[in-house]
Design a protein around this ligand. Structure first.
Ligand SMILES: Cc1cc2nc3c(=O)[nH]c(=O)nc-3n(C[C@H](O)[C@H](O)[C@H](O)COP(=O)(O)OP(=O)(O)OC[C@H]3O[C@@H](n4cnc5c(N)ncnc54)[C@H](O)[C@@H]3O)c2cc1C
Length: 160
């Protein structure tokens, strides 16, 4: 049976689901760090602690997670929309200059964000043009602050 909607309508419907914004960091083969903005993130299991991120097969991150078996989910703070834009392929020299990474074993994560979850790849599932990467969370860092939100293609903040 054919879909009763086109891809624009599908995107509009998905955009009604308000999310936070994350940057997925993963090591490169050369031991450097690569990052990518993602909002297709969800918690999965408490025991064992598992989270999921859906990654487009066309991204660089897709191959890097598959080859390293490591990634971190960095949840952005309300003032970090420029960081999200930077890691979504719109490079910003000011953002780049301010970036700093810490490592948990061989998993890199952002030093400055709301929370980071360092993960070992647990399983990968076919998600059409995306792959669903499940990570077992090995370490977490949580800081004070409010989250950056994304709703109907726009960055938002929690209103009082
Ligand atoms: C709000 C939002 C949510 C998104 N959600 C998802 C999602 O859930 N899943 C998905 O697959 N795509 C998502 N995307 C799209 C995704 O972020 C882009 O397609 C991204 O460009 C893919 O990154 P890449 O791995 O191909 O790397 P590239 O496009 O090559 O790099 C991404 C950007 O990060 C910069 N960068 C990377 N590493 C570093 C580093 N170490 N230091 C400094 N800068 C660095 C690069 O300069 C570049 O600007 C989302 C985009 C937005 C705006």
């Amino acid at each position: 049976m054919q879909s009763a909607f086109d891809s624009m309508e599908f995107r509009r419907a998905l955009g009604c689901f308000a999310t936070g914004v994350t940057v997925i960091t993963t090591p490169t083969d050369e031991g450097a760090v690569h990052g990518m903005t993602a909002n297709a993130f969800t918690s999965v299991s408490l025991e064992p602690p598992l989270v999921l991120v859906s990654v487009d097969r066309k991204t660089r991150t897709h191959g890097l997670i598959a080859s390293s078996g490591r990634f971190a989910v960095n949840i952005l703070r309300e003032d970090q929309a420029p960081v999200s834009q930077h890691f979504a392929g719109k490079p910003n020299p000011d953002v780049e200059q301010g970036l700093a990474y810490a490592w948990y074993d061989d998993i890199p994560y952002l030093e400055d964000c709301l929370a980071s979850l360092a993960c070992k790849l647990w399983a990968s599932y076919d998600g059409g043009d995306h792959t669903l990467y499940l990570g077992e969370v090995l370490n977490i860092v949580v800081r004070d602050g409010d989250p950056l939100l994304f709703f109907r293609s726009k960055y938002r903040q929690i209103q009082p």
